[in-house]
Design a protein around this ligand. Structure first.
Ligand code: TNX
Length: 473
């Protein structure tokens, strides 16, 4: 039987009470869940019968859901006795995270009290739909797996040299041509989201307390744009589609007004469809954009999300430009220090920490991994677990860190099975880095708790990597 704290991410505080097991018998009518209005959707995630009898416990053993505004909104308290389970959240989101803890504990719930809350507010995974498209149903299934580890943001990389994946009214060739047949790396990942599909995906995520972070990558990574609309190249000449995995060769043109008309329409379309606070504008690897043009482009573009009521996020190269107040910088490289990011932090900007040699889910686990890349080295499970965001970059301490993201680039991916193989089990490692108190983290404890997911994932049909670092159950 699991011990009370045997969940991922490890809870902030665990106080077991011996000999007080509560047994859930799924489907048994006596196991009622009671919840105040607004929490019944959360209760449904328990997969148990649900009786809407307000806040009172039922007589014959109950799971009770409640809210306590004194708790932080993502925090929850779980009290398990032999007679009852009481799950109290600072908000419905806190209750939802508590439900994930309950799910991991199984049907024999060990007695005691868990009091839990996240270290970072932004705990994220990224999926690259540009190099290989994944359907809305595939993305939804991915979200269902992510929330089990209390991930609360999904960053969608929607555009790149090899494909454009979101319908934009007034610019139909973006998706007709650059989202159509033959797009993606090796031409193997065609597809795009209609506006309705995107909105539905955002709503599905929101019901699970996940915020979608849309990324439109610019001024580089735009070959697919220029294939569809040659007027957005420097000389207006047609551009050939590319399905190789090179980076850094394409750029929007800073000196053309057409560039900004395009960018404004795209960002307004995305902002209107996205209730979440973030708009990611990319900004990475602009090797063919002259430095002055990069600055000029960003001077025009970085303020646009703010004017649309959103907060701008960019890959950390944007720290070379004048950043609006509140702009968020996402560090992705492997160098031990970055002066521009440190300056941005010193100026009060927040940083999302995604070092490729720790959090990139598309890096190979080891030399035998057939999927993935290795430009940042091999990233085993222990490597993705045993590091700390607040130690990663000089000048970027705890107070500057918004959170942690694990990106999954899809150059080598061809199926959902591929997505899962690279995501599991490293995503749970990064999720614990982002959620659990620093001093509670311990590799030996983590690898034991992780081992218990072997049968869980096998039963659920989740393709995962049986890392030899783990003694799988
Ligand atoms: C770097 S990380 C990129 C992507 C690639 C990735 C592959 C970043 C901001 N840019 O264009 O897909 O490496 O690991």
């Amino acid at each position: 039987m699991r011990q009370l704290g045997d969940v991922i991410p490890r809870p902030a505080s665990v106080r077991p009470v011996p000999d007080a097991t509560f047994t859930i018998i799924p489907g048994l009518s006596g196991t009622a869940v009671s919840a105040p209005p607004g929490l019944s959707a959360v209760a449904a995630h328990l997969g148990l019968s649900f009786s809407d009898d307000g806040l009172s416990l039922s007589d014959d053993g109950a799971i009770r859901l409640a809210l306590d505004p004194a708790l932080a909104s993502e925090a929850y308290r779980l009290e398990i006795t032999a007679e009852s389970v009481t799950l109290t959240g600072g908000s419905a989101q806190g209750v939802f995270w508590g439900v994930q803890t309950l799910r991991q504990l199984g049907t024999e719930l060990p007695g005691g009290i868990i009091e839990d809350r996240p270290r970072y507010a932004y705990r994220s995974a990224m999926l690259d739909l540009a190099r290989h498209f994944f359907t809305p149903d595939e993305v939804k299934a991915h979200i269902d797996l992510l929330v089990q580890f209390k991930i609360n943001h999904l960053h969608l990389h929607l555009t790149d040299d090899q494909g454009w994946r979101l319908e934009i009214p007034g610019w139909p060739r973006l998706t007709e041509i650059s989202g159509g047949a033959g797009t993606g790396v090796d031409g193997a990942g065609p597809g795009h989201l209609t506006l309705a599909e995107y909105a539905d995906l955002v709503a599905y995520a929101a019901e699970r307390f996940v915020t979608i972070v849309p990324e439109i990558d610019m001024p580089g990574h735009v070959n697919a744009v220029q294939v569809a609309y040659p007027e957005l190249t420097a000389d207006g000449a047609p551009v050939a589609p590319r399905t190789d995995a090179e980076v850094g060769y394409s750029s929007l043109v800073a000196a053309k007004e057409e560039t900004y008309a395009f960018v404004e329409t795209v960002l307004k379309t995305v902002a209107d469809l996205t209730p979440g606070p973030w708009l990611h504008i990319g900004g990475d690897e602009c090797h063919s954009t002259p430095a002055a043009d990069y600055q000029a482009f960003l001077a025009r573009v970085l303020p646009i999300p703010g004017a649309l009521g959103k907060t701008v996020i960019g890959w950390h190269e944007i720290a070379a430009a004048d950043l609006p107040k509140g702009a968020v910088v996402q560090y992705w490289r492997t160098e031990p220090a970055d002066d521009a990011v440190a300056r941005a932090a010193a100026d009060g900007r927040k940083v999302i920490v995604s070092p490729a040699d720790r959090t990139y889910l598309d890096m190979k686990y080891d030399a035998d991994t057939t999927l993935g890349l290795d430009w940042a080295g091999h990233v085993g499970v222990r490597r993705s677990y045993e590091w700390d965001p607040a130690d990663r970059l000089p000048g970027v301490g705890e107070e500057s860190i918004l959170g942690v993201e694990a990106p999954l680039w899809s150059e080598t991916l061809r199926s959902v099975a591929d997505v899962r193989y690279l995501t599991f089990p490293r995503l749970p490692a990064v999720a614990e880095v982002a959620w659990s108190p620093r001093d509670s983290r311990d590799w030996e404890s983590f690898r034991e708790r992780l081992a218990a997911f072997g049968p869980v994932w096998t039963a659920a049909g989740v393709n995962f990597y049986r890392s030899p670092e783990i003694d799988w159950h």
